[in-house]
Design a protein around this ligand. Structure first.
Ligand code: AHG
Ligand code: MN
Ligand code: MN
Length: 361
């Protein structure tokens, strides 16, 4: 029974009353539509093979990223569009699954926001029944009356009005920030409402857990190799404690774990494919998750720059992403600085004794 818990609807109205005395309620209207789409997607993910939702869209369906589209990638994209385009709060949308931006059709009222989303994150996990999710970011649309352009979307993450993600796991969850901390909700399927179950989530500043796809290790830059190697050395290395490792291959699930018990997630730049400066996309993966992680007391960086300060150059731009517990992310940034200054040369030397140089840091 979740009768004692606050519904998302009540939470949104109370939050608006507390923080947006002059606000119109448009953002709440938009969030209501986005979260309805998430319930539709959750239902399809949950029913899986029963409703023919698994598998690839077709033998040759490739998205703009050059990745094979799953049926649920397409269905989730369609659900978000059809639930939000008509509500009158958007001027345009952009999605991982659409090459170009989508201005709101002229038959609908134009609104003051832009919606950017990854309709299904971690879609390689669909067919193996592991957690996937949807990520979204809300930006302000320009005041001008003309059709929105790609340039209107290319705002740094610091400009986000709101960011959130849904998690389709053992429970369906929603994590949300409007810049006043991070709140988590669990879907009560019996009444069809998200309930506030995880108010004001905070990420512990220290951690003993990291997540990285180690199959890329030969392509990493030295600061990342150094960090991971020191974690692996555990109690006998410079960190003086044993670390645990996780890799789910759904960033949403990794982000939720970090919000719950701390940790670090890394998809750093590497030299595997020089045309790709990272795996994840800035606008609809890195920025919204970075906003949430920062609002929960964590940090998110490329290794060299705060993610939310990056000025986007293109809609589907990829970016190196390192996020999680504040002290660990600070340490990894320091390793990047030390590498650039040539101060980590000892790290690659066979004579290097890390403990004597970096003890206690
Ligand atoms: P998407 O399914 O939207 O393309 O994103 C998947 C992303 C991210 O969620 C995950 O962390 C990463 O790709 C997994 O990458 P690997 O396949 O290299 O492990
Ligand atoms: Mn994704
Ligand atoms: Mn996706």
């Amino acid at each position: 029974m979740s009768g004692h818990l606050k519904t998302l609807t009540r939470y949104l109205i109370e939050t608006r009353q507390a923080h947006g005395a002059h606000s119109t309620g448009d953002l709440n209207g938009l969030l209501n539509a986005v979260t309805t789409a998430m319930k539709i997607i959750a239902n399809q993910v949950n029913k899986g093979a029963l409703v023919g939702a698994l598998g690839n869209q077709s033998d040759d369906a490739i998205n703009v990223q050059g990745e094979v589209q799953k049926k649920l990638d397409v269905m989730s994209n369609d659900a978000i569009i059809s639930e939000t385009e008509w509500v009158g709060h958007l001027a345009g949308m952009a999605s991982e699954e659409m090459e170009d931006i989508m201005p709101i059709p002229s038959k609908y009222k134009r609104g003051k926001y832009l919606l950017v989303f990854d309709p299904l994150d971690g879609s390689s996990n669909i067919d193996v029944n592991l957690t996937v999710g949807s990520i979204f970011s809300v930006l302000r649309a320009p005041e001008h009356k003309g059709a929105v352009t790609v340039d209107d979307f290319l705002q740094p993450g610091t400009q986000q009005v709101c960011a959130g993600f849904a998690l389709y796991g053992p429970s369906t969850m929603l994590v949300l920030t409007t810049g006043h901390g991070v709140d988590g909700f669990t879907l009560d399927r019996d009444i069809g409402a998200f309930m506030l179950t995880h108010p004001q989530m905070r990420i512990p500043e220290d951690t003993k857990e990291f997540a990285i796809n180690a199959s890329n290790s030969r392509f990493w830059e030295p600061p990342v190799s150094r960090y991971v190697e020191e974690c692996l050395q555990g109690k006998t290395g410079p960190r003086g404690k044993d670390f645990n490792m996780r890799w789910i291959a759904s960033m949403v699930a990794e982000a939720f774990r970090i919000l719950t018990r701390g940790g670090v997630f890394m998809y750093p730049t590497d030299n595997k494919d020089p045309s790709k400066p990272g795996r994840l996309r800035l606008m609809y993966e890195a920025n919204p998750i970075a906003f949430i992680i920062e609002q929960a007391g964590g940090a998110a960086t490329t290794g060299r720059q705060r993610i939310m300060d990056v000025k986007p150059e293109s809609l589907h731009q990829r970016i190196p992403l390192i996020l999680g517990s504040k002290h660990e992310v600070d340490r990894i940034e320091r390793y990047h600085r030390e590498h650039e200054q040539g101060l980590d040369r000892e790290f690659s030397s066979p004579l290097f004794n890390v403990r004597s140089l970096f003890s206690g840091q």
